[in-house]
Every structure is written in structure tokens, then in C-alpha cells.
Design a protein around this ligand. Structure first.
Ligand SMILES: [Zn+2]
Length: 578
């Protein structure tokens, strides 16, 4: 028998064995014992708290040949088939990778095929990742579930599950495990498996696991494999220091050391998040009683080195990267990209603005040397740098062509809206599949359907894309125009979610491109720019992270931010009229 992870070996097999969720397990056990279980459950809670383990126990209990008070016996054929993963009564679907309408349709077709006397349990993990089309298909089934079927929808983010689905389920909330209970479990596992782990190793596993039984046992595996607690205690602190020093090379080197010490990218990111959060609390003069002296000192130093605005931004960036890590083919990449963006100051703080000003200066210089003023005038031929037009350009598009040409001409400028890892579609390439169903992918249809498509997405995505305007649909790419850089950047950060939703809606692969188009009629006029606040205010006015919200308007323009960064600076019209 090969090596089996501690998590698999000690996975809970009965309701009684599931750790730290007495409310959930007691309710389910009683319901099974009394034969009044529901047909649709929503299990929500942090990862590794027992959601799918509980669903598996439920499947066993419902099909067990000799159950006792709602608990499965674990010895009958049905129980052993489910434990071995070869039962036809338990189906697990990861909604994160099977989020299309067709995936759900296929599942529903299987639901219709019941076997008498059996209860089929369908687990949909990460159900909040379903496309809106797939959600609608699932909803139809949840409205009238067949008698022999139980759905368990599991999610780490219940607020992203649409209310129409939530309201048709019994919602059970799973909690992180109390530290004492988890430690007791870890010590029991160590004794039962005859492992040799000292107190340092146990403490490291508990800290790394962060209240998740699965992550704690995975960390314990690592302690056992490496003969002690891996030396990663300083990785998060080193990474934060590299950001404070604006030293990308040091950041990547620290990341590499952490990986070589055996830490997963996720663990490194979470370690860093912990350091940043402590620094944030320190900067707010909040008590740091949960930290030891060394960690409290680090937090105070980091708070002084970074400042509240950069800490908040770093928390946001690393937090977003940790979400992406779950689905990235290489989980190192999202963390490393975020680290580079932070260490290179590709942000909204003063250092980042200085960097962007330099980029803008070189762009303006190239623009004025390549595009004489007459080239961008309405009705004139497109400038030589722009790609050859396939049809007659509108005047506004001529101006945009000049912008695009300038961008192509200045390759070293970091372009956040198009990461280098993403393959760009050549202009003449045909879409992978012709648009069918859900309407053809045309500008008119996009404009007409956009409000409905956005309605199925998160508040953040809705707010950011309502500020833009679809201006062009070509070769499967929908272009959104924004009056200035900040809202464009923000939309770009979440465009993946809109791409998934649009692809599902139009039944074809859709890419979203975000461009800045100052020729938009509602772009703010320079002369009417309101007076900008002094630069120091933006640092001091940051409230608690939980109260930060996305700006709904675009009043905080690039121009205002530049003015804020350079009090007393005067705006001078650029030489060309682009
Ligand atoms: Zn059984």
C-alpha cells in the first residue's frame, strides 16, 4: 500500500467523528434517524472544515443497510462502496471546473435515473462558481427534486450563491475549529498513527492549518516528512519587507526560499496575509495581544515602513491572488504576479504614480514624434502606427487607433490590463466556435443583454463594468471603453468573471478587453476638475478593511491623483489633440 495522507487516513466516517460542527451533525443525524431529511442542503464555511466529509457521511447514512440512530455502520456493502469511492449513490462535481450549463444538464439527466430503495447524493462543491445559465438549470431541478435525490451544495462563499438557490436549500454553516479541539485531534492522530512529532511541530501545524482540519493534517504530513517544523516562519515577514523596500528581486528570492523549504504557495500567501493584517492592526493602534513579542515588533516595524494605504492595497492584492491560486494551473504564479506588482509599486500610491508618470512621459514623447497633430483630426487617414483598417473608421476610432499604436510602440511600459502570460488573439483569427444560441455575439446583442448578464455577477463586477461602455465586438473580443485609467484598471482586474458569464450566455468563447478612451463624450473635462485634497489625506483616511468599498463613480481621475501627488502642480495641455 502506498503512502496515504493523514487527512485521507483520518477522514471522518461518521457524524460523531466530524470535528467541531455539533450543530450541523446533530441536526443531520436526527433528520436521517427520523426519516425526514431534506432534498437540498447548502453547506457553507471555510475550506477544510468538513463540508464534503459531512456530505459523504450523509450519503452513507441514507443508504446504510444497518444504520443506528442515523449513523452509518461503516461495514455494509453500501458503506464500504462509498468509502472506497466506487458507489453509484454518491456523485461529486466540482462546480469550479464544471460551471457550464451543459455540465449541469448532464448531471440533471443522471438525476432522473433513480434506482429503487436507494438515495442518490449529489455534491456540488464550490457551487458559487456556476455560470448564471448553469445556476438557472440547477434551480429548475431544485424546485422539484426527485424523491430519491439529495443535493448538497458546498461553498466557501455563500453570499455569492444567488438568493433563489439559497432559499430552496437548508443552509448549514460550518465553523473553523476551536484551537483546543483541533490540537486534541492532532495529538490523537499522532498517537494513533505512532508518529514522532514534537511540540514545535504540532504548534507549526496548528498555525499553518489556521483552524481547518484538512490543512492542519496536511501541515502535519509535511512536519512528519521533513522531520520537524519547516523553517518558513520568516517567509511572510521577508516578503513584506521586500515590498516595503520596493525590491522585486528580494521578493522572488524570499518566495523561492519558502517553496524550497516545502511550503505550498497558498501557505506562503496566507503567512504574508497574516503579517500584513498584524501590521494593519498595529497601524490602527489596535491591541496585538494574540501575537508574541517578536511578531508584535515585526508588525509595528512593518506598519511604519509601509503605511496604511500600501498595507490595505497589499492585503487586497494578496487576497485576490489567494483566490486565484485555487484554480491556477501553477499556484505559484498568482502569488508571484501580485508580489511583483506590489514590489514594483504598480499601485495607486505616490511611488507607483512616479513610475506611471515616467511611463506616460515616454508615451507622450513617442506619440508626438510618430503622430503629427493632423493625423488624429476627424476624417483624416489613420496614423501609420495603427493596424490597417478593415472598414471605414469612425473619427473616435481613429483616435483610439493612435492610442493603440502608441501603446504598441512602447513595449517596456507595464500593461496591467494584459498580463504577458495571457496569449493575445491575432486580429484576423476566427473565433474558436461560431456563436450559437443565446443570441449572436454582436455589439447590439452585448449592449442589450449586458444588464442581465451583469445581474448574475457580484456587486464588485457589476459596479466596475457599469462604469464602462461596450464599444466594439470583433473576433470574440468585446471591448469596453473607459474615460480614464483608474476605472479601466479596476474593471480589468475582474474581467475574468465577465468573460465566463458572457461565454456562457453567448455559448462561445468571449474575451473582454478594457481600453481607456478619452474621446468618450462623458469623459471629465480637464478645466472642471475639482480641487484635489492634499496628498497626506489619502494615507490617513483609510478606515477598517471591512468598511472599504469600491468607488461607484469615477470622480477620482488620474489627473486628480497626479495633482494630489504634486501639490501646486499646474495642468498644461499636451501638444497634440489626441
Ligand atoms: Zn452501512
Amino acid at each position: 500500500m502506498g503512502h496515504q495522507s493523514l487527512y485521507r487516513r483520518y477522514r471522518s466516517q461518521t457524524f460523531a467523528e466530524i470535528k467541531g460542527q455539533p450543530v450541523v451533525t446533530n441536526a443531520l443525524r436526527t433528520a436521517v434517524a427520523e426519516g425526514r431529511h431534506g432534498h437540498a442542503y447548502l453547506f457553507s464555511g471555510p475550506r477544510g472544515t468538513g463540508k464534503t466529509s459531512t456530505a459523504r457521511v450523509l450519503a452513507k447514512a441514507l443508504n446504510c443497510e444497518n444504520p443506528t440512530n442515523g449513523e452509518p455502520d461503516g461495514t455494509c456493502d453500501s458503506c464500504r462502496d462509498i468509502e472506497a469511492g466506487r458507489s453509484f449513490d454518491l456523485h461529486e462535481l466540482d462546480a469550479a471546473s464544471n460551471n457550464k450549463v451543459d455540465d449541469i444538464r448532464e448531471l440533471i439527466n443522471r438525476v432522473a435515473l433513480g434506482s429503487p430503495g436507494r438515495t442518490k447524493v449529489y455534491i456540488l462543491d464550490e457551487v458559487h462558481m456556476l455560470s448564471s445559465g448553469a445556476e438557472n438549470a440547477l434551480l429548475k431541478t431544485l424546485e422539484e427534486p426527485p424523491e430519491h435525490v439529495v443535493f448538497v451544495l458546498a461553498t466557501t462563499e455563500p453570499q455569492k450563491v444567488v438568493p433563489t438557490i439559497r432559499s430552496r436549500t437548508q443552509h448549514f454553516r460550518f465553523q473553523l475549529l476551536p484551537a483546543a479541539e483541533l490540537e486534541e485531534h492532532v495529538r490523537w492522530v499522532i498517537a494513533d498513527a505512532g508518529l514522532d512529532v514534537d511540540d514545535d511541530g504540532i504548534a507549526w501545524a496548528l498555525k499553518t492549518g489556521g483552524g481547518s482540519a484538512r490543512d492542519t493534517l496536511s501541515a502535519l504530513d509535511l512536519v512528519v516528512a521533513s522531520g520537524g517544523a519547516p523553517d518558513t516562519a520568516t517567509t511572510g515577514a521577508d516578503l513584506c519587507r521586500a515590498i516595503a523596500d520596493r525590491d522585486p528581486a528580494a521578493a522572488i528570492a524570499a518566495m523561492q526560499r519558502g517553496l524550497e523549504a516545502g511550503s505550498e504557495p497558498r501557505i506562503i500567501g496566507e503567512d504574508m496575509l497574516g503579517e500584513l493584517r498584524s501590521a494593519f492592526l498595529a497601524s490602527m493602534q489596535a491591541p496585538l495581544t494574540h501575537l508574541n513579542d517578536a511578531a508584535a515588533d515585526r508588525a509595528a516595524q512593518l506598519a511604519a515602513a509601509l503605511g496604511p494605504a500600501t498595507i490595505t492595497r497589499s492585503l487586497e492584492k494578496i487576497g485576490e491572488a489567494l483566490v486565484e491560486v485555487r484554480q491556477a494551473p501553477d499556484p505559484r504564479v498568482p502569488i508571484e504576479v501580485a508580489l511583483l506588482q506590489l514590489a514594483r509599486a504598480e499601485g495607486d500610491d505616490t511611488a507607483a504614480l512616479l513610475q506611471r508618470i515616467e511611463a506616460l512621459e515616454s508615451k507622450v514623447a513617442e506619440l508626438s514624434s510618430k503622430a503629427p497633430p493632423s493625423a488624429a483630426a476627424p476624417g483624416a487617414a489613420p496614423p501609420p502606427a495603427a493596424p490597417p483598417p478593415r472598414r471605414r473608421r469612425q473619427p473616435a476610432e481613429g483616435a483610439r487607433g493612435a492610442m493603440a499604436g502608441a501603446e504598441e510602440a512602447s513595449k517596456p511600459v507595464p500593461k496591467r490590463s494584459a498580463p504577458p502570460a495571457e496569449p493575445s488573439r491575432p486580429p484576423d483569427e476566427q473565433p474558436v466556435s461560431p456563436p450559437t444560441g443565446g443570441g449572436e455575439l454582436t455589439l447590439g446583442n452585448v449592449e442589450a443583454r449586458l444588464p442581465d448578464i451583469l445581474q448574475g455577477l457580484t456587486q464588485q463586477v457589476r459596479a466596475r463594468f457599469r462604469q464602462g461602455r461596450p464599444t466594439r465586438v470583433e473576433n470574440g473580443t468585446v471591448t469596453f471603453a473607459y474615460p480614464n485609467q483608474l476605472p479601466a484598471d479596476r474593471a480589468s482586474q475582474v474581467k475574468g468573471e465577465l468573460e465566463v458569464a458572457m461565454s456562457a450566455h453567448f455559448n462561445t468563447s468571449v474575451q473582454v478587453d478594457v481600453v481607456v478612451d478619452p474621446s468618450r463624450p462623458d469623459a471629465p473635462r480637464r478645466s472642471s476638475t475639482p480641487p484635489a485634497p492634499p496628498a497626506s489625506e489619502s494615507e490617513d483616511d483609510i478606515g477598517p478593511v471591512s468598511e472599504l468599498q469600491d468607488a461607484e463613480d469615477s470622480s477620482n481621475t488620474m489627473v486628480e491623483r497626479l495633482t494630489a501627488a504634486f501639490p501646486g502642480a499646474k495642468l498644461i495641455d499636451p501638444p497634440t489633440n489626441t
